[in-house]
Write a protein that binds this ligand. Structure first.
Ligand code: ADP
Ligand code: ZN
Length: 628
């Protein structure tokens, strides 16, 4: 895609600046230039000229003597200790003057004082112009961008992004294809009297392809694409943001039909609070945006797409009909979507033919499109590190884990006792999961420490996407989470800090069951908590009295405790298997779910050897989704 900068020149302003610079130049640089053009001669020449009565005017300064000949040509020479000089000069008929300058034709003078500086400054201006243009990606002109909107205009081209580049998100694409159709064929809509929504709000968690979708709409409709981030409107000075909004819409109207994309619109569109201490600048910017949106008619062909992951924080005025009245949810991809996204990005790399993207997609439950793109890239990097020419299955599996739990920490030195404890802990999780019905199957267990701080983890992978969880499944999850700690208790009669993350997750689940899912008898179907930040971590806020809070806390404790007891009972009953599996994991460090099940069912026989994973040291981490 090619980008050009808009070329709206505040001409008077520009000329004013050039004039100012020239005046400055004349007052400062010109005297030096003149000095430089006075011919320097030695003192002997000066003496000779004096003797020969050739001096016209003379001016004796502190450290030099300026003089002219009879033709008024200027010279200068240094000072000498020459007490009779003044007398000699007087005798020679020289005029003592104070204003010796090189004479020149008025034309030359004009050229030097006005034309030359203009040329110099224009040259500098042109040069800077070109530099800025190069940075902006080519094009033909631009001027000082004071208060101008930074919206980039993408000129449509064949390499633009299309809907086919955005995998999954079928509902969003379907929704947006109407806009594409409108841009192609507005008469069809105006004939019947329908007008397109002016604004469409793309709502969803980060990295789900909102920006991509907006670009794809422009690409499909083959219209210019302006994009600006909400935060770019927020300026230091009150009024600047509003003027940027005005500029943006002016440019957009000139280029209509076109798409204007405002990313992170919550930066300017936050709820206004009636108080006087509000953020003036942001409110003015928002007001300007509202005014502009009201100002243009439904059929100008400017369509505004905006993205946000905090829809609940937007000002109601933005959402009312005639503004951003259409909302397109862009959710985290489901299993099928994840597989498609992986395939789209895998086209950019060389991968082995037998790579099973379905499995990778299953492992990466909860990953966003951006994370999936990252998984593919990590896999490719790992293949290069391993000296392979193609990306193989294990590269991708490892990179899912890298994105989930961080890189392997090769040099973390655990004591033997610690390593054994981690092995028991992880087998505890897996065993509790396996011994309950309706638990997701175990995919992998590892006790190789990760940079995220996890000393090991058990990865459970659902066969399919789950949209509903039953009460039993939630309880099983809690039991599985407590299984790690329970194993430590059963095996060593001693507990460690290793269960902190499990505790956090179990508590969260138990709490949600009681306060949000109505899964306790006492509170029935009453919401005690509301989710405030759906797409960014899902923070909750309590909405109940202090007494109820106390009751909730007691219920949470009871619920977790019950599942913890169940987990302990399961492990006590399967102590042999626990010991056997933990020993095996201790030896191997990483085992697959199949090995685990085989060993569990085989009553002691060691399953046939599986090639050991190559271990690579890498860096950086992200959030865990499915670990226990
Ligand atoms: P958002 O604007 O929602 O935060 P982006 O559109 O910027 O997300 O997506 C970031 C990157 O993630 C994209 O450049 C793309 O590589 C990848 N991506 C996200 N969603 C998808 C998708 N549905 N299909 C293909 N790639 C995707
Ligand atoms: Zn654990």
């Amino acid at each position: 895609m090619k980008e050009v900068k808009p070329s709206k020149k505040p001409m008077a302003f520009y000329y004013g600046i050039v004039l100012l610079l020239i005046l400055l130049f004349n007052s400062m640089a010109k005297p030096y230039m003149e000095q430089a053009r006075i011919e320097q001669v030695d003192y002997g020449t000066f003496m000779n000229m004096t003797a020969e009565k050739q001096i016209g005017k003379v001016q004796i300064q502190e450290n030099q003597i300026l003089f002219t000949d009879k033709d008024n040509k200027a010279y200068k020479t240094g000072i000498m200790n020459d007490p009779q000089l003044v007398d000699r000069l007087h005798d020679s008929g020289a005029v003592f003057a104070q204003d010796i300058k090189e004479t020149e034709s008025p034309f030359m003078n004009f050229l030097l004082t006005w034309v030359l500086p203009i040329i110099i400054f224009l040259g500098i201006g042109q040069y800077m112009n070109r530099k800025l243009m190069e940075r902006a990606g080519g094009g033909n002109s631009m001027m000082f961008g004071l208060g101008k909107s930074q919206a980039k205009i993408y000129v449509p081209s064949s390499e633009g992004i299309h809907f086919s580049d955005v995998a999954g998100e079928d509902e969003a694409k379907e929704n947006l294809s109407e806009i594409v159709d409108y841009l192609h064929n507005p008469q069809k809509y105006s004939a019947i009297g329908a007008s397109m929504p002016k604004g469409v709000l793309l709502v969803g968690p980060p990295g789900t392809g909102k920006t991509m979708l907006a670009k794809a709409v422009a690409g499909e409709a083959n219209v210019p694409f302006f994009s600006i981030a909400g935060s770019e409107f927020v300026e230091m000075f009150v009024g600047m943001g509003a003027s940027k909004v005005r500029d943006l819409f002016k440019q957009a109207k000139d280029k209509a039909p076109c798409i204007v994309f405002i990313d992170e619109i919550d930066a300017i569109g936050q709820k206004r609070h009636g108080n006087a201490m509000g953020n003036d600048e942001r409110e003015q910017t928002l007001n300007q945006l509202l005014t502009e949106m009201d100002g243009f008619q439904g059929n100008t062909g400017v369509i505004i797409l905006a993205a946000t992951n905090r829809p609940d924080s937007l000002d109601a005025a933005l959402l009312r009909p005639g503004r951003f009245d259409r909302r397109v949810p862009v959710e985290l991809p489901d299993l099928k979507g994840r597989e498609e996204i992986l395939r789209v990005h895998a086209k950019k790399i060389k991968s082995a033919e037998n790579v099973d993207f379905h499995t990778i997609a299953r492992m990466a439950a909860g990953a966003s499109g951006a994370e999936l793109a990252n998984i593919i890239n990590e896999g490719a990097l790992r293949a290069v590190r391993g000296g392979r020419l193609q990306v193989i299955q294990s590269d991708l599996e490892e990179s899912v884990e890298v994105v989930i739990a961080g890189y392997q920490k090769k040099n973390a030195v655990l004591s033997d006792k610690e390593k054994r404890t981690v092995a028991y802990h992880e087998i505890g999780h897996a065993l509790v999961a396996a011994k309950q019905t309706n638990s997701a199957p175990v995919q992998k267990i590892t006790i190789i420490p990760r940079t995220s701080g996890a000393l090991g983890y058990t990865m459970q992978v659902e066969k399919k996407d789950k949209y509903l969880l039953s009460k039993e499944e939630l309880e099983n999850k809690i039991a599985t989470l407590t299984g790690g700690r329970a194993a430590e208790e059963v095996a060593f009669g001693q507990i460690t800090t290793g269960a902190s993350n499990d505790i956090e997750q179990a508590t969260k689940l138990a709490r949600a069951m009681i306060t949000r899912y109505g899964m306790s008898e006492e509170f029935d179907m009453v919401a005690m908590e509301t989710v405030t930040n759906q797409y960014l971590g899902g923070d909750t806020s309590l909405a109940c009295s202090a007494e109820t809070q106390r009751a909730i806390d007691a219920k949470v404790v009871k619920l977790v405790k019950k599942q913890h007891d169940i987990a302990r009972t399961i492990l006590e009953a399967n102590k042999d298997a626990l010991n056997r599996l933990a020993d095996y994991l201790y030896e191997k460090e990483t085992i697959t779910g199949e090995e685990f099940m085989q060993l569990l069912e085989s009553n002691g026989e060691i399953p046939k050897a599986v090639p050991e994973e190559e271990k690579v040291v890498d860096t950086a981490a992200s959030k865990p989704f499915n670990l226990a």
